[in-house]
Design a protein. Structure first.
Length: 602
């Protein structure tokens, strides 16, 4: 992907990392000349049309969020089989990395970070958007101390609905809410619980629950109380302990009614007169020993009277005499530079935001007092700061004749970009098949929109049947038919074909295909024809002890060892589960990680 350009404007520059669903790259917006973060959906998810449709819909919804503590989503699009998301590039690190490096945080730092995330969630919840995957990995800390919440949208689509989906739970199980662990629908209170877990980890240096596997941890979220934060860190206040307990209440009705309420309580624990970012930037406080403190007190008592006299003199002098200072040129400076420049001269700042096509976001456009004007010290200077270009929604030009599509784009403030003619079997010639940027995404006024226009259907040939052929034999058949082999061959177990033989293909046999179509093959890894699948019903009684239990069934047969079932059940419940196996099999039954039964069948 390095060096490739997506959507005619996003150049892939550097590989940043990988997640369960996407590969993350640093990119460059060649239109606006700014760095961006590009998330590319993995190919296994791209093949699921329903997932892709939800992914685009969610991303467009999240793009409507605009908050200083949320990573901005700029665009969502598709380039062939590549589905991608373009976001604000953050110069900093994620909170999990910082936790691993620093351990537990000072109470004020922890509260300041979590309060910023709570404000981000409050804004999202007002727009009816639930994050569903709040954890330190998705909280970014910028170099100037600002916390930003990331991965809206993808997190929503990736949420599992049952504990049988253990792969979904692995990354987030330490921060999952009790209702999500039970398979219920997540809501705003679920995000609040997860944020409470993050606060717990910052204050204690550890997560509240751990275990040998994800299901065990999820079960603890459902029924166990977390260890007291004041037992783990005795220096913490009772107020912070109350906030953590309320945010992590098992019942949703006992938690904070909103993320804004949580933010308000955290604000009460912070030092007055300091912004959250300023507190976040501070280092961990250094403990001063008692004997040094006593010496400082004794010395201070001796100077109290003198300090009062000096303070009265200078206070009266500063009240009577206010010196003049010269207002500097501030246009073109960043907010931080402008505030620092005014602060050095003893001047105060008031900010107003406005859109600009010429001035970069976060830089001063105008000032109410011209440069070189003399004013009294402590005077407030009113600055107009750029919000960047005004973002407008791209209209949907697909399905229209190309001339009508171009008129629609111009009427809505966009320019007509490149035109690319593509083959399409179902769309008439001269009709727009797709566009980039995609419809309903937000972009600056005047952005060029590329149109992909149908050339109409092509003459189709017939796809040969490759089933049972070796890879080399299939390759020769594909080339002879004027087609291309997709070298990303999938390999799967098969009891129908021997190892190395074709068991699946796309396009399907005898389907109509155009010249040059890429053919995807699935090759058998064995064991080939053999024993048929056997079935047997297994009945297990859950202990009737008033507690929820995890049932785990493992089968080892001719194919190998696999998880036949994982699920959470109520006390006293009788579970009936069909077990499938090949040849002779050993069935093991575990309840809460304890082996309770095993037998050989077949």
């Amino acid at each position: 992907m390095i060096g490739k350009t997506l959507g005619t404007r996003y150049e892939i520059v550097e590989h940043l990392g990988e997640g369960g669903m996407a590969v993350v790259y640093k990119g460059r917006d060649t239109l606006l000349q700014r760095p961006v973060t590009v998330k590319v959906l993995r190919s296994e998810f791209s093949a699921d049309q329903e997932f892709v449709s939800r992914f685009h819909r969610e991303a467009q919804s999240v793009a409507s969020l605009s908050h200083r503590n949320i990573v901005n989503v700029f665009d969502v699009g598709r380039e062939g089989d590549v589905h991608y998301l373009v976001m604000e590039y953050i110069d900093g690190e994620n909170l999990k990395t910082r936790i691993k490096r620093e351990g537990l945080f000072a109470p004020a730092q922890a509260a300041a970070i979590v309060r910023q995330v709570a404000e981000a969630l409050a804004h999202a919840h007002q727009q009816q958007i639930i994050h569903r995957d709040v954890k330190p990995h998705n909280i970014l800390i910028t170099t100037d101390g600002q916390a930003k919440l990331a991965d809206f949208g993808i997190a929503r689509e990736a949420s599992g609905t049952t504990l049988a989906q253990t792969q979904t739970l692995v990354g987030s199980v330490h921060y999952i809410s009790p209702e999500q662990a039970r398979g219920d629908t997540a809501d705003a209170q679920s995000d609040i619980y997860a944020l409470g877990v993050v606060l717990y980890e910052l204050l204690t240096g550890r997560v509240p629950f751990s275990g040998s596997n994800p299901v065990t941890v999820a079960l603890k979220h459902i029924q166990d109380a977390p260890p007291s934060i004041r037992e783990l860190n005795p220096g913490l206040s009772r107020e912070l302990e109350r906030i953590v307990q309320k945010a992590m209440a098992k019942k949703k009705a006992d938690r904070y009614r909103s993320a804004r309420d949580l933010s308000i309580d955290l604000r009460m624990t912070l030092p007055e007169g300091k912004a959250d970012e300023e507190i976040t930037r501070e280092f961990m406080p250094v403990q001063v020993s008692r004997w040094r403190w006593n010496r400082a007190v004794l010395a201070g008592v001796g100077l109290v009277f003198l300090a009062l006299m000096v303070g009265c003199y200078f206070g009266l002098r500063s009240y009577i005499y206010v010196p003049d200072v010269v207002v500097p040129e501030l246009r073109g400076l960043s907010i931080e530079e402008a505030e620092a420049t005014l602060g050095e001269r003893g001047l105060r700042t008031s900010l107003t935001l406005d859109h600009s096509d010429d001035v970069e976001k976060g830089f001063v456009m105008d000032q109410d007092i011209e440069p070189n004007t003399k004013v009294k010290k402590k005077r407030t200077i009113f600055l107009t700061v750029s919000q960047g270009q005004e973002m407008i929604r791209v209209p949907d030009a697909t399905g229209q004749p190309v001339a009508d599509a171009q008129e629609l784009l111009q009427r809505n403030g966009f320019a007509t970009g490149e035109r690319e003619d593509v083959t399409d079997e179902s769309v008439p010639a001269g009709t727009v098949v797709r566009q980039a940027p995609t419809a309903n995404s937000n972009h600056p006024r005047g952005t060029p929109v590329k149109l992909y226009v149908s050339k109409g259907p092509t003459t189709l040939g017939e796809m040969p049947d490759l089933t049972g052929l070796t890879l080399n034999e299939a390759r020769r058949e594909i080339v002879a038919a004027g087609l291309e082999l997709d070298e990303a061959v999938v390999r799967e177990d098969s009891f129908v074909q021997p190892e190395g033989r074709v068991i699946g293909q796309n396009p399907a046999p005898r389907a109509g295909v155009a010249d040059g179509v890429r053919v995807k093959l699935t090759i058998s890894t064995g064991p080939g024809p053999g024993q048929a699948v056997s079935r047997q019903m297994l009945y297990v009684n859950m202990p009737n002890d008033g507690r929820t239990h995890v049932l785990h069934i493992i089968v080892r047969d001719a194919v190998g060892e696999s998880d036949a079932y994982i699920g959470v059940h109520q006390p006293g419940e009788r579970v009936a589960q069909e077990i499938r196996y090949r040849g002779q099999a050993l069935i093991k039954v575990f309840i809460d990680d304890h082996l309770v039964d095993q037998k050989t069948v077949g």
